[in-house]
Ligand binder design. Sequence first.
Ligand SMILES: Nc1ncnc2c1ncn2[C@@H]1O[C@H](COP(=O)(O)OP(=O)(O)OP(=O)(O)O)[C@@H](O)[C@H]1O
Length: 291
Amino acid sequence: MVAAISVQNVSKLYNKVPVVDNLSIDIEEGEIFGLLGPNGAGKSTTIRMMITLTQPTQGKIQVAGYDIDKHREQVKRNIGVVLQQISIDGELTVWENMEFHGRMHHIPSNKRQSLIDQWLDYMSLSDRKDTLAKTLSGGMKRRLQIARALLHQPQILVLDEPTVGLDPQNRRRLWEVIRDLNRQGMTILLTTHYMEEVEFLCEDSGTRKQGRIGIMDNGKLIELGTLSDFRRKYGEGLVIKQVEDHLDYKFFPTLDQANLYLETLVDKTGVMSRASNLEDIFVEMTGHRLD
Ligand SMILES: Nc1ncnc2c1ncn2[C@@H]1O[C@H](COP(=O)(O)OP(=O)(O)OP(=O)(O)O)[C@@H](O)[C@H]1O
């Protein structure tokens, strides 16, 4: 099966410094994939290379089987993109923003009108058709960006930090949209520095496969797998001990084993056990917190 996105030994150097360093990832068709890492890890640069906005210094990237160097148009046709910066035209109405994108992609008029209606409805923006985009709330602007990215019916949706700057309610709403699109079969790649975002989006929802998480730090992919894989590898149980001004983390294969260990301690002051989460595992992998 052709990978939806295939990144093979890709590096990007700025001023001779690698900001993406020999990265290889295959994102499968229909998969939801979260690229997690701190600011400056190289996530946006990776996305920018995939969507042909910047060229890799070395390595090979294919999107829907098309090489990003040789087949830029096919790559653009197969991929919908929501960049971190709000990129809609504030002086145009919601409808005009959609119309402009549809024309850029040469979607015939009849089909264009019905697709605009369909996606504005899906994103709950139908009643805002004639509103100037600059007057929309942050959450609405983001939904418009997504509606626009989906208009040319791409197979793959790429979102760079989709919920930055959104309040918890709007963030949750976008997560539901992203999960629903994935349930309908769309391949989703998103970057984020929010642990809870990948935990929510890449969890096993019952109706679709658990998504994978790639952890990036200093331009390198340092871990790749599902949250269950990580918890199995690093430990599902944790004992945390306050030592002077910092916390000591000790991982155990299961929570039961962590609890048993806690029981054996004579002095339990400042010690607790609990199930490990992605944040604990991230700190264990990288030696530092995400924020
Ligand atoms: N055009 C550029 N010229 C020089 N350096 C750049 C350029 N673009 C990015 N960088 C540097 O590359 C590194 C990775 O940046 P990148 O934006 O890819 O990280 P990120 O993980 O997406 O973080 P953020 O979420 O903050 O964007 C940073 O140190 C950044 O300063």
